[in-house]
Design a protein around this ligand. Structure first.
Ligand SMILES: [Fe+2]
Length: 317
């Protein structure tokens, strides 16, 4: 545990996104990129990375439009779920009990800015593919590294994740007026598990990211897209970020959802000694891409998230 928290969050665990055609999405994620398929039911495909023993870290759910159903964190012990209910009541947040394949007891809630978040303690373990190199395909994806989403009130949102869940800030961007507009937060102690950006049309999902072991795996993502004729799926990179230091590539899946593959970030060895790295407007040339290359306009698009009660995508007007 890094910081004291009202709810002891252990780590980021998984994400559920919407795709129109499960079979096509399976081809993209499993056949081309090398996600490991755990199982499927009627409307869901449950995937994981090669070093994840848990039932799933990426759920593809059939839906009529791309978007994000929820982001999930594992809590440190069962009783943290009860403490979470107290926090939801304290902050006036909507929540309900939830279960999914592999997870019997979970709670889903809307954070202060309306992002759908799931908490659980216990997920079925199905075994990782550590050292089973003969079973690797694609890159392969290793584990869920982080998510990036957009909210209207960044200050309020970041304060919630730090005060209620014990996240610590590792880096941030300032705009031309010296106002913070992106923050990177971690709980388990790598460069980030959550990045939150300020945007007028939040809450919205920007991207989710799987760790890979090597820069060559980042480049392989581009090679695989190109040789499969999916040039339009390569949105940005390969490159190196200034903030977080990681090598990256951003792809769009066949429905337009944005995913990133990422490697080469750092660990926070001494959280109590860490001073968040602030990037000023004067450093804009190289803070997002350390090599100074421009970001394509399409990369600024974000995606709707589901309402936790109805399962419908929230309007972003
Ligand atoms: Fe990212």
């Amino acid at each position: 545990m890094i910081r004291q928290a009202k709810v002891d969050i252990h780590r980021i665990s998984h994400i559920c996104i919407r795709v129109r055609d499960l079979e096509k999405a399976r081809h993209f994620y499993v056949d081309l990129l090398g996600f490991v398929e755990t199982e499927r039911d009627g409307d869901h495909l449950y995937l994981r990375g090669v070093e994840e023993a848990q039932h799933h870290s990426l759920v593809l759910k059939r839906g009529d439009a791309p978007g994000t159903c929820y982001i999930a964190f594992r809590v440190a012990r069962p009783e943290e779920l009860e403490k979470a209910i107290n926090v939801f009541n304290e902050y006036g947040l909507r929540y309900r009990k939830f279960s999914e394949r592999g997870v019997k007891d979970a709670v889903i809630f809307e954070d202060p800015e309306g992002m759908p978040i799931l908490l659980y303690f216990d997920m079925e373990q199905v075994g990782d593919l550590r050292l089973k190199f003969h079973m690797y395909r694609g890159l392969p994806p290793v584990r869920l590294a982080h998510v990036n989403f957009v909210v209207n009130d960044l200050e309020r949102e970041a304060k919630f994740y730090m005060d209620a869940f014990g996240f610590m800030e590792t880096e941030y961007f300032l705009d031309e007026n010296g106002q913070k507009f992106v923050t990177w937060l971690t709980r388990k102690g790598d460069s980030h598990e959550v990045a939150i950006a300020k945007g007028r049309r939040g809450p919205a999902m920007h991207h989710f990211t799987f760790y890979v072991h090597d820069v060559r795996d980042v480049i392989r993502a581009a090679d695989i897209m190109a040789s499969a004729g999916l040039w339009d799926s390569i949105e940005r990179g390969p490159g190196r970020h200034g903030a977080t230091q990681g090598f990256y590539i951003y792809l769009r899946d066949l429905d337009g959802n944005r995913l990133e593959f990422f490697t080469g970030d750092y660990l926070i060895l001494d959280p109590d000694k860490w001073k968040p790295i602030g990037w000023t407007h004067e450093q804009a040339r190289y803070r997002a891409d350390f090599w100074g290359r421009a970001t394509p306009q399409s990369w600024y698009e974000a995606f709707p998230v589901e309402d936790i009660m109805t399962g419908e995508l929230k309007s972003r007007e």
